[in-house]
Design a protein around this ligand. Structure first.
Ligand SMILES: Nc1nc2c(c(=O)[nH]1)N[C@H]1C(S)=C(S)[C@@H](COP(=O)(O)O)O[C@H]1N2
Ligand SMILES: [Mo]
Length: 466
């Protein structure tokens, strides 16, 4: 089906709507059920006030089908039919009237227009349509411990592979005693585990950095929590048997593309040291919140590394390769490291565990709030250690401790709340600061680094009372 915009015009002197019989006939003709009988889906219709015109937005097989359907209108005036596209398509293709760029690799990919449209329909804030990158709307966080799958932020570097689960295999090879080739069914028969894990993009909060750095300008919504179910990574590594002398375990996604500074196409691939691969409670996840892993989150299988920034959690996993020397793939050697400008010189540090952070989900920024009691709620997490406390400051006053309300789960954000009182109309400001049991807390200002990672400054929300 294709999208069309149709315009019908007639003379004021022969307006068919002024004849009750003819008007009713035409009205019935453009009803949705009648259009459907002609194989046409009407999406919207409108008549500009004071104008003798009708606009239709409809879906049809081709323009000939539209022309046939519009005949009753052609008899009383003119009919213009124009092929159209959705806004999502225009943005995904990079401009009006541009074709969608083909995938840079041979892997079948989800139609970028469809991927983008789904995200918009789910209320996500789109940062880039191709490859699809979108953040969760913070007010949508209100409620349960996990985010519904459709509202979970989406971070991609390339097109989204549309893998066929009947032919897909996970290969485990390199420095192992027994190379493995597992299908989804094999994995589902291995011992399984479910973990509630918060994933956060290392670039979350980047938009707060000054001067601005390259990379997606994430606000605060590149974070979400889900219950992931799958096989503990160690189960698979033990079955393959890591050989002595192995150093790194590489996780390779099926998505590939072109990146700055490297020749040819590269896959999305990341490594973990053998100790981290074995000790981080990582899961090979095939389900998310009790449903099969959605395509945009890595169907049919992804790695989930609890506590680490999201980049470690490789989606569309196709290969695990154990190697004898440190891996220097693009997504760890050229990106995803901190480059701290320190007095003694630049300090380089890999991006690993999520830095401690809290978010205010309620009240929403710039919302009108009533005078009196005010419930302030939000989430807090840290990859390094459990949350020790969350504190709130109102209008720059002393920090008061929030109540941690949700059950403690080692790798999940926690909900907190403070019941406070606002007794003066006007604009007010809330600031929230989390501290973890490792003694780490959030800085007043984000710590600038060249690639803009780990920006975890204290969040400030202003709102209006009265
Ligand atoms: N194969 C593959 N895995 C990937 C990525 C990617 O582009 N390709 N992006 C990573 C990054 S940077 C993040 S933050 C998380 C995002 O996971 P999500 O899209 O399920 O929220 O996936 C990680 N895994
Ligand atoms: Mo990320």
């Amino acid at each position: 089906m294709a999208l069309y915009v149709v315009q019908h015009r007639h003379d004021a002197s022969s307006c068919p709507a002024e004849d009750p019989d003819e008007a009713a006939q035409l009205l019935n003709w453009v009803s949705r059920p009648n259009a459907k009988r002609h194989g046409i889906e009407i999406r919207a219709e409108a008549v500009p006030i004071g104008d003798h015109a009708l606009y239709l937005i409809l879906e049809a097989r081709d323009d000939e089908q539209v022309r046939q359907f519009m005949q009753p209108f052609a008899r009383v005036g003119t009919v213009d039919i124009q092929a159209a596209s959705t806004c999502a398509r225009v943005v995904a293709s990079g401009g009006c009237a541009l074709p969608i760029r083909p995938a840079e690799s041979g892997v079948p990919a989800l139609d970028p227009e469809e991927a983008c449209q789904r995200a918009i329909d789910a209320g996500l804030l789109v940062h880039r349509a191709h490859p699809l990158n979108c953040e969760t709307s913070i007010p949508a966080l209100v409620g349960g411990q996990v985010m519904p799958n459709a509202h979970f932020y989406v971070r991609n570097h390339f097109q989204l592979p549309d893998l066929d689960p009947s032919t897909w295999r996970l290969s485990v090879d390199g420095q192992v005693e027994r190379a493995l080739s597992l299908n989804l069914h094999d994995l589902q028969r291995l011992p399984s585990q479910s973990l509630v894990v918060t994933l956060e993009c290392a670039g979350n909060g980047r938009a707060a950095l000054a001067p601005k750095t390259d990379g997606e300008q994430w606000q605060l919504g590149a974070v979400s929590t889900a219950e992931w179910t799958g096989v503990p990574l160690v189960e698979v590594l033990d079955r393959a048997g890591i050989r002595p002398g192995a150093v790194d375990v590489i996780f390779r996604g099926a998505d590939t593309g072109i990146v700055d500074g490297r020749d040819g196409t590269v896959a999305f691939e990341r490594s973990l040291g053998v100790n981290d691969a074995r000790g981080s409670e990582a899961l090979l996840a095939y389900a998310m919140n009790g449903e099969a892993l959605p395509l945009q989150h890595g169907f049919p299988l992804r790695l989930v590394v609890p506590g680490w920034y999201g980049v470690a959690s490789v989606k569309w996993l196709s290969q695990i390769e154990v190697v004898q020397s440190p891996f220097a793939g693009f997504f760890q050697a050229d990106r995803y490291f901190y480059e701290w400008p320190r007095e003694a010189g630049v300090v380089i540090e890999p991006v690993t565990l999520q830095r401690v952070r809290s978010l205010i989900t309620e009240p929403e920024p710039d919302r009108a709030v009533e005078l009196g009691e005010l419930a302030v709620r939000g989430v807090a997490w840290s990859g390094a250690a459990p949350i020790a406390r969350v504190e709130l400051s109102v209008d720059g006053g002393a920090y008061q401790e929030a109540r941690l309300v949700s059950e403690r789960k080692r790798h999940s954000w926690m909900w907190w709340e403070v019941l406070t009182h606002i007794d003066r109309p006007g604009r007010h400001r809330l600031q929230v600061r989390a501290t973890d049991l490792a003694g780490r807390t959030q800085p007043e200002q984000p710590e600038w680094n060249r690639l803009g990672y780990g920006s975890n400054a204290i969040q400030s929300v202003t709102f209006q009372v009265g």
